[in-house]
Each structure stands twice: as structure tokens, then as C-alpha cells.
Design a protein around this ligand. Structure first.
Ligand SMILES: *Cc1c(COP(=O)(O)O)cnc(C)c1O
Length: 421
């Protein structure tokens, strides 16, 4: 099936007389005929038994997203942050380290640089444009994975996924990619060598700002029995001696993640949230195409304005990431633009306050146009030095193009510039 069709049909095939639409199974619990049946599920959880880690509505959405990304299986979480956290904890324990590119979402940066450090997991940040020799210097005997964002939020740098995958694999490590901004409609990282793909489904996948969520997709590609990951090959005493690679083959990563981490941390979405997410996914392909058209038009318009110092949008020919975008985002560069207004922090805030159609929100990738000032909002915990490393200027505005008519979006920008003259 093509992505447009997968958006509508993957993950749920109704049988004779079943509801046409994925039903909301809003039940924490399932009944079974015998204690023996339940006991067997504790050995091998093949059916949902408790809503902390499984639910039929969520399962349908997981299957749809796995199909869209070209993975073998997926697991939803209550937020993108939870997805990022579990994706790392599934391969790193206290005393381990991992590598991440520096240009990543502020929340993820904080999780990696501050919170995981408190739990004894060290993140070594690298410049994603560094040469292979430079990258190699970050590898240590305890390195367990490499992490990056396809299209960084909000720096909008495009990751050379193939280069990072080769680097990770040559060192016996999996590559984990946060693919939130492109969605699988614009980029499928597994096809370029990534092993695990993460999303904040709060953004384009949901698309309507009605519920938060995340997902982890297993590409089924990584050889976990290469000697570096004993937790995948040795018996799990907390699960009756399950050996993930032996028992689950190329689904070892995602099943371990559910059986150990979701069981213990319990950040599983509700059926109703999954239902809403599914509605968003149904129109994802259609929406992503229009976001790309609107954003490219706005990016070109901003470039033509004297009030604007610079515009970052990899779809622009002048953008330093344009060549990588042509390789990894051939159908368009999604809906988010970053631009720097002349006059720095204060002028950026004036401009945002003067917008009327575009709303000032702590969100991005909504169906409605919205703006955010990273330096004073999402990234305010970063020092000036860290801001620069994350590709953020104090006058930078993150402009998330919505699906309003392009003339109305541009008219709003026009009147805001006029208002702050
Ligand atoms: C928003 C975002 C996250 C965090 O997702 P939440 O759903 O807000 O927890 C992670 N990565 C990227 C790229 C994001 O944009």
C-alpha cells in the first residue's frame, strides 16, 4: 500500500459485522476464562491483559505507524518525551554513554544533558556536520547508541541519516532517529539506515492539537546479538527468563521496551487518545503535502522582507541544508520555518505579539498557524553557549505554517511587520 492508503487502512481490518472505524476500547481490563490463560500471558503477552502496556485501540494505531515507517512493530507512549526516554533506556543503563547530535529539540536536550546524567547515563553531543574522524572521537567502550533528528526542531538542520547510520553501524551501535517534523510522509529514516524511529505524535501526526503522545518504531534491522547488548540475549529474570533475541527475533527491541520499560514506567496512552491520534493519521498524507506548499511560500516571502535578517527552511535553494533536503526530503520540507528578525529578542517578541491570525502558543506543527520564541520559551533553560550549539539565535522565531489559505497567512505577517515599524 502507498502511504495515502496506509494512513486510512493500515493497522485495522474489520471482520464481518465489525465497526468500520477503529473502536475505542476504553477498558483497563480484559476477562479470561482461566487462571492458566492469564498465567500464560505473563510468560508471553500475546493478548492485551492490562492497560498499563496494551490496549486494542492503541494497538491498531501502533500497527498503522509501524507500517507507515516501514518498521516491524511500534509502541505508543503518552508523550514524545516518554518515547525518547524509553528509546534510550532500552539500550543504556547507569554507567553507559550514548551520542547525540547537538541540534535537537530543547526538551530532549534537557533530558539527555541533565536528567539522564543524574541517572548515570552520559550523553556526548556531537556536531552533525563533523567528519567521520571527528565523530569517531566521541565513541567510548560504553557507548550504546547514536541519536539525531531528521529535521531538527527548531534549527531545521537536515541530518545526513546515511552517514550517521554508517558511523553507528561500523561501531556496532543502533541509530535512533526522531522523525517528528517530516513524518513518514516526507521521510522514512529506516529506508536510509536508521534502526529505531521516534515521534512526538503530539505534532503533525495528531495535527489538531487535541492530544499529546509519542511512538517508538522498531525497524527490526539491528543485530542485538553483536555482543554489546547482553540485556537482549541473556535471560530476563524479571520476565521468567525470556531471552529477547531468541524469543522475539527482529522484534526484540520493541518487545523488550514494552515488557520491561512500559511495564515498569507505565506511560501508555488511553484508548481515547489513540482514537484521536488515528483520526489525525487518516489525513496525514494530505496535510503534509499542503504544509510543504504553504511553508515554502511563506519562507520565500520572509526572505524578501527587509525586516528579516535570515530565514532557515531547507526547501529554500539558498539554505545550507538544501542539498541534504533534496536527498532526504525530496517531496518537501514540512511546515516549520525559523527566521531571525532584525532587532533581536525584543523585536521578535513585538512581532509575535502583533500577529493576529497566527497564535502565540507552546506548540508547533498544528493545523492552525502558530509561532513560538525558542530563546524565551522552549529553550530558556539553555545557556547562551548552548543556544548557539542548538542553532538558536535570540531573535529567532519558529513559525509553524498552518493550513489556512496562504493569502491570509501572508496578510497576517504583513500587518504585523507594519505594526512594529
Ligand atoms: C515536541 C517534540 C518532542 C517532545 O514531544 P512531546 O510530545 O511534547 O513530549 C520531541 N522531539 C521533537 C522533535 C519535538 O518537536
Amino acid at each position: 500500500m502507498k502511504p495515502e492508503t496506509q494512513c486510512l487502512h493500515a493497522g485495522y481490518t474489520p471482520g464481518n459485522g465489525d465497526p468500520r472505524v477503529v473502536p475505542i476500547v476504553q477498558s483497563t481490563t480484559y476477562t479470561f476464562d482461566s487462571t492458566e490463560h492469564i498465567a500464560a500471558l505473563f510468560d508471553m503477552p500475546t493478548e492485551p491483559m492490562y492497560s498499563r502496556f496494551a490496549n486494542p485501540t492503541v494497538d491498531a494505531v501502533e500497527k498503522k505507524i509501524a507500517a507507515l515507517e516501514g518498521g516491524v512493530a511500534a509502541m505508543c507512549t503518552t508523550s514524545g518525551q516518554a518515547a525518547n526516554l524509553l528509546s534510550i533506556l532500552n539500550v543504556c543503563s547507569a554507567g553507559d554513554s550514548f551520542i547525540s547530535t547537538g541540534t535537537i529539540y530543547g526538551g530532549t536536550f534537557n533530558l539527555f544533558a541533565v536528567t539522564l546524567k543524574r541517572f548515570g547515563i552520559e550523553c556526548i553531543f556531537v556536531d552533525q556536520t563533523a567528519s567521520r574522524e571527528e565523530l569517531q572521537k566521541a565513541i567510548k567502550p560504553n557507548t550504546r547508541c547514536v541519536f539525531g533528528e531528521t529535521l531538527a526542531n527548531p534549527a531545521l538542520t537536515v541530518l545526513d541519516i546515511r552517514k550517521m547510520a554508517d558511523f553507528a553501524h561500523d561501531n556496532g551501535l543502533p541509530l535512533i532517529i526522531d522523525n517528528t517534523f517530516p513524518t513518514p510522509i516526507l521521510c522514512r529514516p529506516i529506508a536510509h539506515g536508521a534502526d529505531i524511529v521516534i515521534h512526538s505524535t503530539t505534532k503533525y501526526m495528531d495535527g489538531h492539537a487535541v492530544q499529546g503522545g509519542g511512538v517508538i518504531v522498531d525497524g527490526g534491522t539491528f543485530p542485538w546479538d553483536n555482543g554489546k547488548f547482553p540485556a537482549f540475549t541473556e535471560p530476563d529474570e524479571s520476565y521468567h527468563g525470556v531471552c529477547y533475541v531468541r524469543d522475539f527475533g527482529n522484534m526484540a527491541y520493541i518487545i523488550k521496551c514494552r515488557m520491561q520499560l512500559m511495564r515498569d514506567f507505565g506511560c501508555y496512552p488511553s484508548a481515547t487518545n489513540a482514537f484521536y491520534l488515528n483520526l489525525g493519521l487518516e489525513t496525514l498524507a494530505l496535510r503534509m503535502k499542503q504544509y510543504c506548499i504553504n511553508a515554502l511560500t511563506v519562507a520565500k516571502y520572509l526572505q524578501s522582507r527587509p525586516e528579516v535578517e535570515s530565514v532557515s527552511y531547507p526547501g529554500l535553494e539558498s539554505d545550507p541544508n538544501h542539498a541534504l533536503a533534496q536527498k532526504y526530503l525530496p517531496d518537501g520540507c514540512s511546515g516549520v520555518i525559523s527566521f531571525v528578525i532584525k532587532g533581536g529578542r525584543t523585536q521578535a517578541m513585538h512581532f509575535m505579539d502583533a500577529l493576529k491570525l497566527a497564535s502565540n502558543v507552546v506548540h508547533v506543527a498544528d493545523i492552525r498557524t502558530c509561532v513560538l520564541h525558542p530563546a524565551s520559551e522552549t529553550h530558556r533553560q539553555l545557556s547562551d553557549e548552548q543556544l548557539v550549539a542548538a542553532g538558536i539565535n535570540a531573535g529567532m522565531i519558529r513559525f509553524s505554517c498552518g493550513l489556512e489559505h496562504i493569502d491570509d497567512i501572508i496578510a497576517d505577517i504583513d500587518q504585523a511587520f507594519a505594526a512594529i515599524q
